[in-house]
Design a protein around this ligand. Structure first.
Ligand code: COI
Length: 355
C-alpha cells in the first residue's frame, strides 16, 4: 500500500508557470511542471514517483507502439469558490479505467496509485488550475505496455502516468456534425466501451473526411444497420425530443460510459426532466425534427463539457438547432458548472478535495 508519503518527489529547479498565458489555452497543448509515474512488474505496482514533466525513453521494440495496449482517462480539476482545489468524480473515472484495463488484458491500477498519485500531483500543481469560466486543469491518467518484445502477447510490464494540462473549452463554437454511414467506431463484442488508444486512432480518418466536408465531427451509428446512433467519438450525445431528454443506452457495450453523460442524466432527473436511455434510430430523429418535436441536440464529455450541436446532417437531410435556443442544454451546463465551482451544493459527493 502506498500513501501520499510513499511517493518520492523530485521537483523542477524552476517552474514554467510564469511564462504561461492563461488567457490563451488551446486544449491539451501545455503541461504543468511535474508528472506522476508508477511501474508494474512481477505482478505488482511499485515505485510511485513525481518527477519533472519530460521525455520518456524506450527501445523500438516497445510493445505499445506495435500493438496498442494503451488506455487513458480524462478528468478535470477546478478551484472551488472558497479557493480550494477539487476534482470532479475521479472515482468514477478510476472504475472505468479498470474496466478498460480488463478488456485490454492489462492489470488493474489500485486506488492508492490512481487517486493517491493524482492527489499528490495536484497538491504540487494547484497553481496551474485556471479560474476563468469554462477553464479547468485537465487530468490525463494513462497506462501502457512497456515490454520490449514484439510477440503478440500481453505485456508483463506497464507504466501508469498522470500528466496535467490547463485547458479552455474543447469546442469553442456550436458544432456541425453528420451521421456516419460508411465507417464504424464499434461493434457489439468489440472495444467501444473501453477508453483505449486505438479507438481514437481509428476515428481520425473519418474525422478528417468530416473536416474536409466542413464538419467538426461525425455521429457514429451501429455497425450492422447504420441506423441507431451511438456517440460522437469525443463525447456522448443527447437530444431533447418532445420535452424528454434521450441518449443511447449502454447495453451493447459500443459506446463509452461517460462520467459527464452520467452527470447530465442525474442532474436532468433533479431538474424534473424525464430521461430515457435507449436505442435511438436516425429515422426517429429525422421524423421528430420534421414534426417540430426534436428541439435540442448536444454532446457531453469531460473535454467537451456540454457542446451544442448547431447542425446535424443525415444524407441530404439537414437538421438545424439554434444554439441560442437550447434551454435544456443551457440549464444542464449551468447546474454542472455551479457544482464544479462550489456554488451549488455537492449533494452526491462528486467533488474530491485535493488536500
Ligand atoms: C475527454 O473528454 O476527456 C476525452 O478523453 C475525449 C477526448 C479529449 C479524447
Amino acid at each position: 500500500m502506498h500513501s501520499h508519503e510513499d511517493i518520492k518527489i523530485t521537483k523542477v529547479a524552476s517552474s514554467k508557470i510564469q511564462g504561461m498565458d492563461f488567457s490563451h489555452l488551446p486544449f491539451g497543448k501545455y503541461f504543468t511542471d511535474h508528472m506522476f509515474v508508477a511501474e508494474y512488474s512481477d505482478g505488482k505496482w511499485h515505485s510511485p514517483e513525481i518527477v519533472p514533466y519530460g521525455p520518456i525513453c524506450f527501445e523500438p521494440s516497445m510493445a505499445t507502439i506495435h500493438y496498442g495496449q494503451s488506455i487513458f482517462e480524462g478528468i478535470k480539476g477546478y478551484r472551488l469558490k472558497d479557493g480550494s482545489p477539487a476534482v470532479f468524480r475521479p472515482f468514477d473515472n478510476h472504475k472505468r479505467f479498470n474496466r478498460s484495463a480488463m478488456r485490454m488484458e492489462m492489470p488493474e491500477v489500485p486506488e492508492e496509485i490512481f487517486i493517491g498519485g493524482m492527489k499528490a500531483l495536484l497538491a504540487l500543481e494547484e497553481n496551474w488550475i485556471p479560474t476563468a469560466y469554462d477553464h479547468s486543469l485537465y487530468i490525463r491518467p494513462f497506462m501502457f505496455a512497456t515490454d520490449q518484445v514484439i510477440g503478440v502477447s500481453p505485456s508483463q510490464t506497464y507504466k501508469f502516468m498522470i500528466i496535467l494540462s490547463p485547458v479552455g473549452p474543447y469546442y469553442a463554437a456550436p458544432m456541425r456534425i453528420y451521421v456516419e454511414e460508411q465507417f464504424v467506431r464499434a461493434a457489439p463484442g468489440g472495444v467501444g466501451y473501453a477508453k483505449t488508444a486505438g479507438n481514437y486512432a481509428a476515428s481520425l480518418h473519418p474525422a478528417a473526411v468530416a473536416k474536409s466536408r466542413g464538419y467538426d465531427q461525425v455521429l457514429w451509428t451501429d455497425a450492422v444497420e447504420h441506423k441507431y446512433v451511438q456517440e460522437c467519438g469525443t463525447m456522448n450525445v443527447f437530444f431533447v425530443l418532445g420535452g424528454k431528454l434521450i441518449t443511447p443506452g449502454l447495453e451493447n457495450g459500443t459506446i463509452l460510459e461517460g462520467v459527464t453523460r452520467d452527470s447530465v442524466i442525474t442532474v436532468a432527473g433533479d431538474m424534473g426532466l424525464e430521461v430515457e436511455q435507449r436505442e435511438i434510430s436516425i429515422d426517429e430523429l429525422a421524423d421528430a425534427y420534421a414534426n417540430g418535436m426534436l428541439t435540442e441536440a448536444f454532446g457531453a464529455g469531460t473535454a467537451a463539457t456540454i457542446a451544442k450541436i448547431a447542425e446535424l446532417r443525415y444524407k441530404d437531410y439537414v437538421m438545424n438547432f439554434d444554439p441560442e435556443n437550447q434551454p435544456v442544454a443551457d440549464q444542464l451546463k449551468k447546474t454542472l458548472t455551479s457544482i464544479r465551482d462550489g456554488e451549488a451544493p455537492d449533494n452526491r459527493g462528486w467533488m474530491m478535495s485535493v488536500k
